[in-house]
Structures are given as structure tokens and as C-alpha cells.
Design a protein around this ligand. Sequence first.
Ligand SMILES: Cc1cc2nc3c(=O)[nH]c(=O)nc-3n(C[C@H](O)[C@H](O)[C@H](O)COP(=O)(O)OP(=O)(O)OC[C@H]3O[C@@H](n4cnc5c(N)ncnc54)[C@H](O)[C@@H]3O)c2cc1C
Length: 380
Amino acid sequence: MDLTFNERETAFRDELRAWLAANDPGPRPEDADEDATFEWMRSWQRTMAADKWAGVHWPEEYGGRGATITESAIFFEELGRARRPLPANVLGIVMGGPTLMVWGTDEQKERFLPHILDASEHWCQGFSEPEAGSDLAALKTRAVKDGDDWVVTGQKVWTSGAQYAKWCMLVARTDMDAPKHKGLTYFLMDMEQEGVQVRPLRQITGSAEFNELFLEGARIPDANVIGGVGNGWKVALTTLMNERSGLAFFLQVRLRQLLDDVIEEAASRGLLDDPVVADKLADLHVKAEILRLTAYRGLTAIEKYGQPGPEGSLTKWLWSDTNQQLTSFAAELFGDWAYTAGNRWAYELMRARGNSIEGGTTEILKNIIAERVLGLPRLK
Ligand SMILES: Cc1cc2nc3c(=O)[nH]c(=O)nc-3n(C[C@H](O)[C@H](O)[C@H](O)COP(=O)(O)OP(=O)(O)OC[C@H]3O[C@@H](n4cnc5c(N)ncnc54)[C@H](O)[C@@H]3O)c2cc1C
């Protein structure tokens, strides 16, 4: 593993650092509801897009910078380091756009890609269902052909940002008789129609990041099938493969910052002289460093073999575990104050509970590591 950047990567990082220093979306709206936060992130995405920083890993022909995997990692790391937010349409940029680039027709790319980048059309991911999360291929939402349209009936859940979305990456069952992975089709569904009902789910943090989707006779034109009828599983895998790439760097930097903030707060309260506190902070520091280096090791694997290795599962597991330990420790250390409504540490503590579920649960990640890294017998 070589951790030094080459000349091109260093130039990329320096240009980005200068741009981030000159461009600041201002503080996150205080006590704001999701709507204000979304608008703040959308406006930030527009600023990024104006200078071609919204989709750096996208090819230049689609409005990106053709960044390499390492440059893309640098991008997310620097964004986190500068304490800037992710662009509002992160699902469209990181997952939807790259999926269209692989599987979409020229017309689909032309129609959808520019609006993902310029933040004019927000995207969401309609994969999970009440009885199909880890076992995604068990999904039951049905799409039936009716003339030039498909008519969709079913329910999705956990759909992040659906309340702001114009388009949904929807996987539905189009062949009831085919084996479960084969009867699926990937659609782009217009969210602005009567057959689509979005109901926000309020989390323990108080905010509603995700939603339930009720689909009752929603219509999708045949032109919005991505990658062919019956090919949905493969197209969905492309989306999922893109989910963690690069973002791991953003998350590990955010964890590092959170740890630095805990240390600063603890120091201001004179808590660092307590050997138990110092010991715990040292332990968290070591874990944060392991996470950073493992993320780089994953990057080396992608560069060498062209695809992410099982290190991706290891980083996600380590990140969620460490973030949960860190936020629990912070709340315990700062006492009652940290548990009051509206307190930053209360939010961090409660939001971290979802880390071991979102983007693949810890148990599933452990299965992957057991089977594909350690070579243990496969689950039946
Ligand atoms: C914050 C957040 C945002 C999300 N955003 C989206 C989104 O935008 N779009 C979307 O489609 N989904 C989204 N999800 C859903 C997420 O992908 C699922 O929650 C996740 O895949 C788990 O599925 P499930 O909740 O149905 O749990 P289940 O799959 O039902 O699992 C329940 C429990 O059983 C365990 N388990 C299941 N199978 C196995 C096994 N084979 N071996 C061992 N243990 C097992 C799990 O680890 C878990 O502890 C989001 C989730 C969260 C928390």
C-alpha cells in the first residue's frame, strides 16, 4: 500500500482545498426542520455543480471531472475535513448516475444525468420493503405491463429523502414465476403522481430522514426501465456497489472530527487527567486510525483488482461500531447535559444507532467477512 499521492492527485487535492476554503455554505440551520436542512444542502450542491465539484468521479462528458478512485476518495476526505456537508442529491450522484452510465440508454443518460448534478431533480432509493431488507431479492412490490406503461403496487420502507425526490430507483417484481433473483426489473419512477404516497417516519432523533412509500397503481413508462426487463438484480447490484465507494472516506473523517470534538470538550472540563477517560480516548484514537488505514487498504484493492474487496465490509462494520462506542462514551462523559433535547451529543448518540443497520447490517457484514475473507462454510 502506497499512501503518498502522485503529482496529479496532489494537484487535485490542492485545487479542491483552495475551492473549499473559498466556498462555505455557512452553518447548518439551527433547530431547523428537515426542509430547511435540505434546502441548505441543495443550495450547496448548486454551488458545487457551478464549479464542477458536484460529481467529480463522473466522466467529463457528463459534467464531472473524470476523477480516479483515489481522487474521488480525496474529494470525500477533504469535504469532510473542511466540515462541509454532502451534496443534497448524494444518492443520485453516488449511486443513481453511475448506474445509469452502466445500464442506461443514450436517451436516458441525456434526460436524467444533467438534472442529478445541478440539483434540479432529487433521487431516492426504493429497494427495501417491510419483509425484504437484508434479503432484498425477497421483495414483493409488483409491476405489471399495461400498454406502454408498467403499473406498480406494493410498499417500500426506509426510503431516505423520498419526501424531496422527483425520481425513485425502484426495484419491482415483474415475473412471478421466475426464481426470486431473476424476476426483478429496475425502474425510474416519477414520485410526483397520485399512485405514490410518501409517509415520513420520525426517528428517535426527532427528524424524519426516511419514509414509507405506498404504491397503488403508480405508472411508469416502459422507457424508464433501466437495463432491460428481468435484469433488475444485476442493475441493483451496480447501485449497491457504488453505495460505499468514496463515502467511506467521508465517514472516517467525520468520526475523527467527532473524536477531536469530544477530546476538546473533555479538556475544557478538565476530564483528561482521569486515566480511565484518557485510556478510553486512546482506544478510540487507535480505532479511528485503523479505520483510516483500512479505508486506504480498500482503495488499493480497487485500484489493483478493479473492484472493491471485502475490506469494504470491514470498514463499514468498524465505522459503525466505533461511532456507536464514541457517541455512547461522549454522552456518558458529559452527563445529564448531553442527554437534553436539542443537545448535539444526544443527537449523535441516537443517530448512531442506525449506523449498524443502514447500508448493510453488521450481522450481514460479518457473514460476508466470515465467508469471503476467512473462508468459513457458507450460510445455507
Ligand atoms: C438510516 C437508514 C437509511 C436507509 N435508507 C434506505 C434507502 O434510502 N433505501 C432503501 O431501500 N433502504 C434504506 N435503508 C434500509 C436498509 O438497507 C435496511 O434496513 C437493511 O438492509 C436491513 O434490512 P431490514 O431493516 O429489513 O432488516 P432485516 O433484514 O429484517 O434484519 C433484521 C435483523 O436480522 C439480521 N439478519 C437478517 N438476515 C440475516 C442473516 N442472513 N444472518 C444473520 N443475521 C441476519 C439483521 O442483521 C438484523 O439484525 C435504510 C436504513 C437506515 C437505518
